[in-house]
Design a protein. Structure first.
Length: 317
């Protein structure tokens, strides 16, 4: 089946690239085409949602929507206006073009919200209304999705990157204290990171999951100033993240997939939430790896079943 995969890919953020790797590896039998912010090879650019984006070959993306069998929104918190309502507009546009061409739309392992504007909620509701499949990665997203669209069938899963990390089967050697920053964390993060690193008594490592973002580079440099012996380590792939976290006795993170890595490897961690209802605050209270893996596997099998159903449907037409 020819599937068009839509997500926040190509922006240099490890978490989003790990989600892309999940879909390509777990559903390797499908024919995928990727909508990316930095398209390579057969990838296509995002649909235009700003003046500069109209200069890109977005007509290739329209052709991809027209020729695919279905559209998959693949993981991440796409529909939230916590930073900007622009994100909701962008992903709503992709959902509406899929609907225009009559393509089934599968929302897989989604984070939903929070929303600070009625416009953001309205766009999410409009995009979700005609979903052929919907799975979420946390209980808060489950509640928000159901409140947005009456009678929407939603299944609760968990972030699928968790399963990729578990499958690496790495052993833990608690030699370091990991700090995983995010460029928009507050001053409080600096103070708490310094306090926790010094209290741990272990050498600190600063793991950047978005290492080519100038804002995160500046943020990490400030951390190094506070912790002169800390080592800065750019992390560009999932294995490097897993190996770094596996070398730690504790993780202090402002990034969601930093916490997911610690969860998967059984490393104690503490999160720095950026605000009420943000994705770090949606992490499950349980740290039972077998239970969380079962949530991922169940949502994966449900999506696989939808693909099989669509293939059978296509064969009858």
């Amino acid at each position: 089946m020819r599937l068009l995969l839509v997500g926040n890919y190509g922006v240099g953020n490890l978490g989003d690239e790990a989600l892309l790797a999940y879909f390509l590896s777990r559903f390797a039998g499908e024919e995928w085409q990727i909508v990316s912010a930095a398209p390579r090879g057969t990838d296509v650019p995002r649909l235009p949602c700003g003046i500069r984006s109209f200069l890109r070959p977005w007509w290739r993306t329209v052709r991809a929507f027209k020729s695919c069998d279905a559209v998959v929104f693949g993981g991440g918190t796409l529909f939230t206006d916590i930073e900007s309502v622009h994100a909701c507009v962008l992903w709503w546009l992709h959902a509406k073009v899929a609907g225009f061409f009559g393509k089934p739309v599968y929302f897989a392992f989604q984070g939903v919200g929070p929303f600070r504007t009625r416009v953001g909620e309205m766009l999410a509701r409009s995009a979700f209304r005609h979903a052929s499949f919907f799975s979420v990665r946390d209980a808060s997203s489950l509640s928000r999705a159901k409140s947005l669209v009456k009678n929407l069938l939603v299944s609760e899963g968990f972030d699928p990157v968790f399963s990729l990390l578990q499958d690496l089967n790495l052993s833990v050697s608690p030699e370091h204290f990991a700090i995983i920053p995010r460029f928009n964390a507050t001053e409080e993060f600096f103070h708490q990171a310094q306090e926790r690193a010094e209290a741990s008594g272990k050498p600190a490592i600063i793991l950047s999951l978005h290492p080519d973002d100038p804002r995160e580079i500046v943020f990490s440099q400030r951390l190094q100033f506070l912790l002169p012996r800390a080592v800065f380590r750019p992390v560009r792939n999932l294995r490097d993240l897993a190996q770094a976290v596996a070398s730690c006795g504790q993780v202090y993170t402002a990034r969601y997939h930093g916490a997911i890595a610690a969860l998967a490897l059984g490393v104690p961690f503490e999160v720095f939430s950026l605000g009420e209802g943000d994705k770090l605050s949606t992490l499950p209270s349980t740290r039972d790896g077998a239970f969380l893996r079962a949530l991922v596997d169940a949502a994966e099998e449900a999506l696989r079943g939808c693909f099989a159903h669509q293939v059978a449907k296509n064969m009858t037409h």
